[in-house]
Design a binder for this molecule. Structure first.
Ligand SMILES: [Zn+2]
Length: 326
């Protein structure tokens, strides 16, 4: 899937490939949720494809191997399961494998996200970037180029992916969504204006999961769901994510309190329910809820292994909802 805002880059890169002037290392940088990784995978497939066409042919041996995830000349390096970093061992295994002759003309590596390489891993990669063996192409996909070693960055040709206009992003997202709920505009708001992330929220079911959190929170605010029960349910998910949803929910209540319309809300389909509970809380209380959320978030970030349930309970209790509803 090449998103419209990357089509020109695609054409340019394919031209470079066909002219035989492709650099050994490309750094594809820009905010997460813009389709950089998907672009890199498509381009890796295109580099390996045996046909000289504007797109991968999808029929040659190479394309078939690629589709079956068994291409001998392709490596995807990501943090191993349950880990946040790409280790030196992973890079060493890679560089050893790269030395050996492969099937075709090129060998392609994607490192994603490149900033996940720890210092040792990045240093191990440097040598390969300096003296690439054979026709190796390394695609580094990176959300935060500032997190990369400058020596790595300087050895790559950088492609900076710019976000599309809101209008174009919304048009693209609308064309991709299979159902009418959630609304594209709502997804875009939740994804902070990043269209590929917005689509991911809808397709992965994360949106529904997130929406369940706002429904539960409504339950807590109206006294229909106990604090303990809510904390128990939410503790199964990322606490940071739960707090982010709660924070957008409170922000919506503040918007309504200030007289903004339902269409300007992040959880716009819950506008009616929000209107109903709005009279129970003053603007000052809503602001203090936000402060409590930020405090809880800080607590999550400052602890290596926070007890999710306990943290959520103490956050919900800190809102003193029992007293406020009276
Ligand atoms: Zn092909």
């Amino acid at each position: 899937m090449i998103v419209p805002w990357l089509k020109k880059t695609w054409e340019k890169m394919v031209n470079t490939l066909h002219q035989g002037t492709l650099p050994h290392a490309l750094l594809i940088s820009g905010s997460a949720g813009l389709g950089k990784f998907e672009f890199a995978v498509e381009f890796a497939k295109k580099i390996l494809c045996e046909k000289k066409e504007p797109q991968s042919c999808n029929h040659c041996h190479s394309c078939q191997w690629f589709a079956a995830n068994s291409h001998p000349d392709y490596w995807l390096i990501e943090p191993e399961e349950d880990k946040k970093q790409i280790s030196i061992a992973q890079i060493r295994d890679l560089t050893e494998a790269l030395g050996k002759t492969g099937y075709g003309h090129y060998q392609v590596v994607i490192i994603h996200p490149a900033e996940a390489m720890n210092r040792a891993a990045a240093n191990a990669l440097l040598k390969t970037l300096e003296e690439p063996s054979g026709q190796v192409v390394i695609l580094l996909v990176c959300d935060r180029p500032a997190g990369l070693l400058p020596t790595i960055r300087s050895r790559c040709q950088e492609i900076r992916v710019q976000p599309p206009s809101d209008e174009n992003a919304l048009e693209w997202l609308t064309s991709k969504l299979k159902s009418a709920t959630p609304k594209p505009s709502e997804l875009m708001a939740l994804a902070d204006g990043l269209p590929v992330l917005a689509l991911h929220l809808a397709e992965s079911g994360e949106w529904e999961q997130n929406d369940q959190i706002s429904e539960d929170f409504l339950g807590v605010l109206t006294g229909k769901l106990s604090v303990l029960k809510a904390a128990e349910k939410w503790a199964k998910q990322s606490v940071e994510q739960v707090l982010t949803i709660l924070s957008t929910f409170i922000q919506d209540l503040i918007r309504l309190n200030l007289g903004l319309s339902a269409s300007q809300l992040q959880h716009s389909h819950r506008a009616q329910e929000m209107q109903r509970i709005l009279p129970f809380f003053s603007l000052q209380q809503l602001w203090s809820f936000l402060t409590e959320i930020h405090t809880a978030k800080r607590r999550v970030l400052s602890t290596a292994n926070p007890n999710a349930q306990l943290l959520l309970e103490s956050f919900l209790l800190s809102l003193h909802l029992d007293q406020r509803r009276k």
